[in-house]
Ligand binder design. Structure first.
Ligand SMILES: NC(=O)c1ccc[n+]([C@@H]2O[C@H](COP(=O)([O-])OP(=O)(O)OC[C@H]3O[C@@H](n4cnc5c(N)ncnc54)[C@H](O)[C@@H]3O)[C@@H](O)[C@H]2O)c1
Length: 250
């Protein structure tokens, strides 16, 4: 993918799952990948895999829910690499499952802090540096839960709806400045975030609701993100792409 080559690409939550698959794919396509995560050991592994394969990657420890830390890491990347061209705001947690009237405020704060405020903090910095260099592309990771309500998952669903609001609003604000902002809404994807979801819910969702009768792979989401970051999607802006094997089609 020529339009990705030598671009400086920030990936949050790049230690595992969808973020790791995305970082590796961007590395394969010649991007300079800035892997960030709270998990230092696994994040460094992702960067190492890219470097071992002949690519270019660095790792930064980053908790996206900490505004000051986001500011510092983005500044360090821009100063060191001279640019911040592409960004994948992917870091997320499933959040505690509970009926809405029993949700603890601490759980609300944590999930909103990582899944929504984290995306906002990152976008603010990314946009600043993209504007400084005359353009860029951002992909935010929302969810099917960003399109529909989720019983006992109200906080996560609210955060993911919010990510689509940020995506669409930013697309309106920055389209004229050569920055494209889109979102991806994955369905059930085989990653560690599903560890806390009861297996019977995963089985029902993937075997009954998904017409393709299987769970998705992180690489299948990564391919979609790569396409949205590339010039192959040059007229797509403010959009959310569902990657769910057909779950949400009916
Ligand atoms: N797997 C799915 O079924 C699914 C479906 C819809 C949306 N998503 C979304 O995809 C994104 C990636 O999730 P995943 O499925 O790869 O899960 P995952 O648990 O494998 O990966 C999440 C990554 O985010 C990191 N992370 C957690 N809190 C962080 C923080 N405060 N700061 C920085 N990094 C942090 C984790 O260390 C981990 O590396 C999330 O936003 C998630 O909500 C996943």
């Amino acid at each position: 993918m020529e339009s990705i080559k030598n671009k400086v690409a920030l990936v949050t939550g790049g230690a595992m799952g969808i973020g790791k698959a995305t970082a590796l794919l961007l590395g394969q396509h010649g991007a300079k990948v800035m892997v960030t995560d709270i998990n230092k050991e696994k994040g460094q592994e992702t960067a190492q895999l890219i470097n071992d394969a002949g690519g270019y990657a660095k790792f930064y420890t980053l908790d996206v829910s900490k505004k000051e830390a986001v500011t510092q890491v983005c500044k360090a990347i821009f100063t060191t690499e001279g640019s911040l061209d592409l960004a994948v705001n992917n870091a997320g947690v499933g959040g505690a499952m509970a009926p809405m009237h029993l949700v603890k405020f601490a759980d609300w704060e944590r999930t909103i802090g990582i899944c929504l405020s984290g995306v906002f903090f990152c976008m603010q910095e990314e946009l600043k540096y993209m504007l400084a260099k005359g353009g860029g592309k951002i992909v935010n990771i929302s969810s099917l839960a960003g399109l529909n309500g989720v019983a006992t998952g109200s906080v996560y669903s609210t955060a993911k709806h919010g990510v689509l609001g940020l995506t669409r609003s930013a697309a309106l604000e920055y389209g004229a400045y050569n920055v494209r902002i889109n979102a991806v809404c994955p369905g059930f994807i085989q990653t560690a975030i599903l560890d806390d979801v009861p297996q019977k819910i995963i089985d029902y969702s993937t075997n009954i609701r998904v017409p393709m009768k299987r769970i998705g792979k992180p690489e299948e989401v990564a391919n979609t993100i790569l396409w949205l970051l590339s010039d192959a999607s040059s007229y797509i802006n403010g959009e959310n792409l569902v990657v769910d094997g057909g779950f949400n089609a009916g």
